[in-house]
Design a protein around this ligand. Sequence first.
Ligand code: GDD
Ligand code: MN
Length: 362
Amino acid sequence: MLHLAIILPTLNERENLAPLVERIEGALGPDGWEAIIVDDDSSDGTADEARRLALCDPRIRVLQRIGRRGLASAAIEGMCATAAPFVAVMDADHQHDPALLPAMLAAVESGECDVAVASRFVAGASAAGLEDQRREQGSALANRLARKLTGVELSDPMSGYFLLRTETVRRIAPQLSGIGFKILLDILAASSPPLSVREFALQFAERRAGQSKLDRAVAFEFLIGLYERTFGQLIPTRFALFGTVGALGVGVHMAALALLYVLAGSGFALAQALATFIAMSFNFWLNNWLTYRDQRLTGAGAVLKGWAGFCATCAVGALANVAVATLLQARGVHWALAALAGIVIGAVWNYALSSRFVWGRY
Ligand code: GDD
Ligand code: MN
């Protein structure tokens, strides 16, 4: 009978799959488990490799996500895709030792704890696989902050290797943000009553093949997570990012205008038009890179189309902005307030439209 599902989120892990399945079998024996590979359409053919394995091994399942990105959301979807009563999430790059699975499973199964977490920072563990010292310090800092935020006493809340009852995940799933890679932290923070945790010492190994995908995004995603937890309910994260990019765009606009109008001596109308275009292009680029990094448009065709769409959206937004501001000002509202209202309405408009038509799959 199916007992345990192991969720393996993957992004370019082709070489690592076959040997990992072997190691899982070595730890768990021939049956009672399945491995679900949740691949975000890796360019190295990881999903094909997973299907190749699954063809002759019914314990292997594949979930290929198109146009989606993110370790946390991959883990959530994988966990919700199994009928097994117990589920584990584990990296596919061999940094997490499958040999810990039986002990972790036994602890949750016996009711000793709700969640079994493989920790790099308890006695007997080692974080030697962390590439450099900076990463190690970053990890320690993130852990301290995380502990403060969720109140969960844990040596490694950022661990990507844990096991729990599948029904627990299903209960909490609607509250999970699915952003970034701090999935365990989200699960622990979202659950009331709080979940009890037992930690298992993990020898965090070197990655077997390929390279880490988290390095660059780590700090950023973590900040996003902090924002989500504090202000996310008030102003959605994506809109906040969109607004921040917009504010930076104003700076770019002013700089471009100053260069063109003051220094180069172009006519004001031309300088203003060019600066508007430059600022819109800058905003498109930064939004594509940051705000919609999980739905990033790539390839010349898609980027050009998105760029044109974004400029068109902004043009309409600007019209709405001016119309509202003018109307309010004519009704006797102070000019600064009227302008502000126009800007807010323009921003909401731009956000709503571009999230649908530029980055959405409408
Ligand atoms: N589906 C999917 N989508 N999988 C992803 C994505 C993604 O966007 N990003 C990374 N992965 C997969 C990788 O292929 C790998 O199997 C696993 O998630 C972990 O990614 P790594 O790139 O190897 O992460 P790391 O080793 O740098 O980070 C480790 O430490 C973090 C805390 O410091 C991991 O253990 C993380 O889980 C952990 O949170
Ligand atoms: Mn790794």
